[in-house]
Write a protein that binds this ligand. Structure first.
Ligand SMILES: NC(=O)c1ccc[n+]([C@@H]2O[C@H](COP(=O)([O-])OP(=O)(O)OC[C@H]3O[C@@H](n4cnc5c(N)ncnc54)[C@H](OP(=O)(O)O)[C@@H]3O)[C@@H](O)[C@H]2O)c1
Length: 215
């Protein structure tokens, strides 16, 4: 069976994956861009925009695993857009006409709407479904490839709690946010079900990999 993977999911030292006060102008609330500055310096990031700049060291090597072998993504309503996007019938996500997914993307929302086909192979499907049901649909769409969970923390927590996640790559950034949405709430003793490894890089971040022990 294909794997369910999380990649490049950035958290503060106190475990917040987004700050408080999310809006269209501040997708990560009071965290600003600080959770992802490590990624902006990588070749991976520049290649996503069609460039060739950026470092090819360890941060790049971890980041670049994001796309290989992925056939579909599942994301939460909070990643798809700012609070209230469901009130705008023309809203098409935070990434413009050619989003960087290039696969089917399943958006979990309690207010689903018809699917939207974007440029570059991305189609947004909107689902009001349990994690297991959403994963079944995403696996079918992924056609044998792996399914990536795009976040945010709320949906990743739900999938981990149900034992549906095979591999997670989290990036701990040396800042303390104090407020926002935390990844760890409700995941006490996660170390009992995942092998956890840590690699720190010169940029100051620590890459954490979680590999399900049942594999
Ligand atoms: N640090 C990172 O690397 C990273 C990565 C991705 C995103 N983010 C950030 O994380 C934030 C979003 O995360 P979040 O934790 O607030 O929210 P989220 O996980 O993106 O979405 C949670 C919302 O999705 C909907 N939902 C979740 N499960 C559902 C289900 N089974 N059925 C139907 N609807 C379901 C619900 O919204 P409704 O009730 O409104 O429908 C729920 O409130 C954003 O600020 C984003 O920028 C950070």
């Amino acid at each position: 069976m294909s794997d369910v993977r999380v990649h490049n999911f950035s958290i503060s030292l106190d475990g917040f994956a987004t700050g408080a006060g999310q809006s269209a102008d501040a997708p990560f609330g009071h965290a600003g861009e600080r959770l992802h500055e490590w990624m902006f310096t990588t070749r991976f990031w520049h290649e996503m925009g069609g460039g060739r700049e950026g470092g090819t060291g360890a941060d790049h090597a971890f980041a670049a695993m994001h796309s290989a072998g992925i056939g579909a993504e599942i994301m939460g309503a909070g990643k798809f857009g700012p609070p209230g996007w469901q009130d705008d019938p023309d809203y098409k996500g935070a990434w413009g006409p050619n989003p960087p997914f290039h696969t089917p993307v399943f958006v979990l929302t309690h207010r689903p709407r018809p699917s939207i086909e974007m440029e570059g192979g991305t189609t947004y499907h909107f689902l009001d479904a349990s994690p297991a049901e959403a994963l079944k649909k995403a696996r079918e769409a992924a056609d044998g490839k792996d399914v990536r969970l795009g976040g945010g923390a709320t949906m990743i927590r739900d999938f981990v709690a149900e034992g549906l996640v095979d591999h997670m790559h989290l990036v701990q950034v040396p800042i303390v946010l104090g407020r926002g949405v935390r990844i760890w709430d409700g995941l006490e003793a996660i170390e009992d079900v995942y092998d956890i490894e840590a690699v720190s890089t010169p940029s100051g971040v620590t890459h954490l990999t979680f590999t399900a022990k049942r594999r």
